[in-house]
Design a protein around this ligand. Structure first.
Ligand code: ASP
Length: 204
């Protein structure tokens, strides 16, 4: 996310990838780590399980590992950030929805900021984050209504996942079609809440 921020602040571009992104990171003095740094026992186990069961390329059990944040400042400016390791079993150099602006991440002061997790290919096809903002901005839908409707659309493509949304008025919304989504929210009035299962507003 620090590197994405540097692309926004210190280049004329929106998206850099591969060797060019690494070179830019070095120029910006951003810490680079060896690919081994990202290795975890659990992901390795999942990959072996995926291969053994010949389940195809897709992440077994859809245990996503993406982290997203949306924020709104006191002037109603919104921002979104999403960081991911992608999906277990993906092809080398596969790009998912997370870095694709409008798919897994989007922020527009006229509607809201959105960060997504889920089956990236379907999120890209549905342009999820932008679609939620477009529904709010152009069709006057509520953040919850738009988020639910777009996730339902993703569902028609057999995609599942979740979104977090904040509006310029500071309203925070969650929606997900997976059994759970680790989440939390806080506001200036003292709201401080975390959840795993159930939906926003429930006590689960
Ligand atoms: N959306 C991510 C991807 O497809 C995966 C995730 O949310 O964990 O790369």
């Amino acid at each position: 996310v620090r590197l994405a921020r540097a692309v926004m602040d210190h280049s004329p571009h929106v998206l850099l990838a591969g060797a060019g992104a690494e070179e830019f990171a070095r120029e910006q003095g951003i810490e680079l780590v060896d690919p081994d740094w990202f290795a975890t026992e659990e992901r390795w186990r999942q990959l072996q399980e995926l291969k053994a069961k010949k389940l195809g390329w897709f992440d077994d059990g859809l245990k996503y590992g993406t982290v997203g944040a949306v924020a709104c400042d006191s002037h109603g400016h919104v921002a979104a950030a999403t960081s991911t390791g992608g999906l277990t079993g993906k092809r080398w150099n596969r790009i998912g929805d997370s870095p694709v602006i409008g798919a897994g991440t989007y922020a527009d002061d006229r509607a809201g900021a959105v960060s997504c997790t889920g089956s990236g290919e379907q999120f890209i096809r549905a342009g999820v984050a932008h679609e939620i903002c477009a529904r709010m901005r152009l069709a006057g839908e509520s953040a919850q209504g738009a988020a639910d409707a777009v996730l339902a659309e993703v569902g028609t493509m057999r995609g599942v996942g979740g979104v977090i949304v904040v509006t310029p008025a500071g309203e925070t919304v969650f929606a997900f079609t997976t059994p759970g989504m680790f989440r939390g929210r806080a506001d200036h009035a003292g709201l401080y809440e975390t959840g795993i299962f159930g939906m926003a507003g429930s006590k689960d």
